[in-house]
Ligand binder design. Structure first.
Ligand SMILES: *[C@@H]1O[C@H](CO)[C@@H](O)[C@H](O)[C@H]1NC(C)=O
Ligand SMILES: *[C@@H]1O[C@H](CO)[C@@H](O)[C@H](O)[C@H]1NC(C)=O
Ligand SMILES: *[C@@H]1O[C@H](CO)[C@@H](O)[C@H](O)[C@H]1NC(C)=O
Ligand SMILES: *[C@@H]1O[C@H](CO)[C@@H](O)[C@H](O)[C@H]1NC(C)=O
Length: 512
């Protein structure tokens, strides 16, 4: 789901902002289905997954991603086969045995020590490490029958250990807060500030790795780094209780700003406070407390209704002294995270607020020519672009960046809303979004980022099929249509035996 931007891009967002003339149905409803079991829908998502995989396998495997327009490939994630790692857990939950075995036969052949580009500790953790750990949990557990060769299952864990060992020198800083960007050729780091999300979205995977491997050192590394996020310093870096800034100095562990929100660069830090608590409530009660603090401050200080559409709620961002009415597709995971928090902690208030955020993000899809929401949007009545006055009056927001990069967050939040409420409208919304994305982004040998969601047809293709298309968009689109209680589905009652990392790779909770 959630994909933090690197910290430098967050500064770009800030510039953009500054430059701008700045009911939950009851659980009981679950049994009363209003729609026939949508078997054909689930199969339609599988068909799209297979078409995407076949394009990738023919023209790009084992490189990172398919360029579907030109039938070529890219290696934006170090050339270790990011789409294969990201597709594994989706192929598993969809029961696509042939693809599962293509992937797990390949993974033992990866040499993590060899890459020609800079390694992102964060991206490598959420995609490769998360994908392999999820594959290991599934194939050593409920989906063991999908693996042809047990040695390939063991190798998922061995390769996870190898990968973490190759990256662990990132934590070798005076504070223990890691550097994010690593040069494996020289063994060096890029000595620049790390981000709230890029530091705070490691703890789930590295703790799981310790629990599976029996080696506590991985969990110890991330616990030491996380401590700086739980007690931000200086005090001015936490403008609202539980909502800190974004850039952190690995030499001191000190925050360098007070800019943030549930936006790219910060987002999955909040997500992992909750999910790491869910992973092991006995070990991570302090993370739950910080999640509640952040959630309460968000409701109190960041919830915002557009002047022209007071029925909608968005979550604003801040720079330490001021709140900005700007948000992003990336931030639309927030509704789902509030719902999951409400279920986990037994709080209807968080669920209700989450459902309002889901409605707001839905509005960004409903308003455009393609029925897909934009990358960045705003709702500050004083800063509406002149050519979007009518659009703002009608829809309650205006578009600041019009592309769509095959992101999952809106469908992700529909999935959580559906699992929590059983209200079939969320499944309908997810289907509408899937049909629109499937129709608009389809090109050449796969699916691609588009340039403009508010132009019929999407305004052209950027020739990029992101690996998270496999991991996230297609998994959420599928599972929301599969009305079952497989143990990895998010629980209807808040009692989860699996927890999903930010790339939508499900892992077993500790002791489950
Ligand atoms: C926050 O933004 C406002 C408006 O652009 C600006 O005046 C203020 O200096 C900013 N504060 C910080 C701490 O950057
Ligand atoms: C890095 O990973 C490779 C396997 O891809 C492994 O052979 C090597 O031992 C790892 N390096 C370290 C320092 O663990
Ligand atoms: C998805 O796109 C494919 C390829 O264009 C098409 O064959 C299929 O019918 C579409 N599925 C849905 C549900 O619209
Ligand atoms: C939660 O799920 C586990 C595993 O299915 C089960 O043993 C336990 O009783 C459940 N707890 C509650 C409160 O439902």
């Amino acid at each position: 789901m959630v994909r933090p931007r690197v910290w430098a891009l967050s500064a770009v967002t800030l510039t953009v902002v500054a430059a701008l003339p700045a009911n939950a149905p009851e659980h009981g409803a679950w049994g009363k289905r209003q729609y026939a079991p949508p078997v054909d829908r689930a199969q339609a998502v599988i068909d799209t997954f297979r078409l995407s995989w076949e394009g990738y396998y023919q023209y790009a495997f084992p490189n990172d991603e398919l360029h579907p327009v030109t039938n070529t490939y890219g290696n934006s994630r170090n050339g270790w086969g990011a789409s294969a790692a990201d597709a594994l857990s989706t192929a598993l939950v969809m029961g696509q045995k042939d693809i599962v075995n293509q992937i797990i036969a390949y993974i033992p052949t990866i040499d993590w020590s060899v890459t020609s580009s800079t390694v992102s500790l964060f991206e490598t953790t959420i995609r490769y490490l998360g994908g392999m750990l999820s594959g290991y949990d599934f194939l050593s557990g409920p989906l063991a029958h999908l693996a042809d060769d047990p040695a390939h299952v063991t190798a998922l864990l061995t390769q996870s250990i190898n990968l973490a060992n190759n990256m662990s020198y990132a934590f070798n800083t005076p504070s223990g807060v890691p550097y994010n960007l690593l040069d494996f050729t020289s063994g060096g780091v890029r000595p620049e500030p790390n981000g709230l999300a890029t530091v705070g979205t490691l703890i789930l995977e590295w703790t799981r790795l310790s629990d599976l491997s029996g080696d506590p050192s991985y969990a110890a590394l991330v616990a030491r780094a996380e401590a700086y996020l739980l007690s931000p310093s200086p005090a001015s870096a936490e403008p609202f209780p539980g909502l800190p800034g974004m850039n952190i100095d690995p030499t001191t562990g000190e925050f360098l700003d007070a800019y943030g929100g549930w936006i790219g660069g910060a987002d999955s830090f909040y997500e992992y406070l909750l999910k790491t608590y869910m992973y092991s409530p006995s070990r991570f009660a302090s993370l739950r407390d910080r999640w509640e603090l952040a959630a309460d401050s968000t409701i109190t200080f960041l919830a915002s209704q557009p002047l022209t559409r007071p029925d909608l709620t968005f979550a604003a961002m801040y720079n330490g002294t001021q709140v900005f009415r700007t948000s992003e597709h990336l931030a639309c995971f927030d509704g789902g995270n509030f719902i999951l928090g409400g279920q986990t902690l037994g709080s209807q208030r968080y669920i209700d607020f989450g459902l309002r955020l889901v409605d707001g993000c839905r509005a960004t899809y409903a308003a455009t020519a393609t029925s897909i929401g934009p990358e960045v949007f705003g709702w500050d009545a004083a800063r509406v672009p002149a050519d979007q006055m009518a659009f703002f009056a009608r829809n309650g927001f205006y578009i600041l960046s019009p592309g769509y990069q095959l992101r999952p967050e809106v469908i992700e939040s529909y999935y959580y809303a559906y699992r929590a409420t059983g209200d079939a409208k969320y499944r309908e919304w997810a289907w509408e979004a899937f049909v629109a994305i499937n129709a608009t982004t389809r090109v050449g040998s796969g699916y691609s980022t588009i340039n403009d969601v508010n132009v019929p047809g999407g305004g052209g293709f950027a020739d990029m099929m992101e690996s998270f298309w496999f991991a996230e968009v297609l998994k959420y689109s599928y599972l929301i249509q599969v009305d079952d209680d497989a143990p990895w589905q998010v629980a209807r009652d808040g009692n989860n035996t699996w927890v999903w990392n930010t790339e939508a790779h499900p892992m077993r909770v500790a002791g489950a």
